[in-house]
Design a binder for this molecule. Sequence first.
Ligand code: ATP
Length: 237
Amino acid sequence: MKFVPERVEHVRSDEEPLNPQYVGIFGGTFDPPHLGHRRLVELAVEYLGLEKIWVIPAGIPVHRELSGKASVEQRLAWVERTFEGLPQVEVKSWEIQQKAVPAIDTLRRLNQDMPTIVPVWLMGLDAWLHIQGWIGYPEHQQRCLVAVFKRGDGDCPLYAGWQASSRQQWAEVSLRNKGQVVFVDVDIPEVSSTDIRSRILTIQQGSSQLLKGLVCPGMESQIQAVYENKETGVKYE
Ligand code: ATP
């Protein structure tokens, strides 16, 4: 991953909150949640110094399909459990209604209702590679800071309108500096929800070790049972 440090001019404005609180926003389908998600959040605390992170599972994702195996309540309960023991994390059920909520709607609402909060959108490299196709793009550049976490070995492009800041500059940037992104070049286990679902379907069923080290300890058999069940599925309208 290429990391491009650049000096950021910090321009303070009268409209800017005096004591902004940086809050990590971590959205996803979590279908199912895994230890890669947890590690990303731990790194956001360690590396970026975030003291608060809101994890927001999507009811219906905007840009993709769900597996249809796990209900939204089930995913929410798993997410709660996956982030247990991290005092900075609060799991928010804002987006679990049966309607797709684009990130930009969440950001507009946050900017309007909680002006002292500076949202820091946390995402893996795969999500960043699609950001230009997000609904409302590029308005995101003025509504949040972005932290992109390495995933695999791909390069990390810097799209038009974004400026890369370093970890040291991070504390100085604010929404006044539009389009700030920090690339977090630290390894996260290469686990994905897709890989977990396909393991469950392709590797010999009944193996108790199948998901060991991939999902939160104690959740393996429940996740396996939900995704290997060919009879049941959740209908999404
Ligand atoms: P799927 O395989 O179904 O696409 P996923 O493993 O990517 O799922 P999501 O719930 O879609 O999980 O991911 C939520 C966010 O977490 C996304 O921004 C994604 O890039 C990031 N993420 C998930 N797993 C990792 C990982 N192993 N390393 C870095 N980022 C990750």
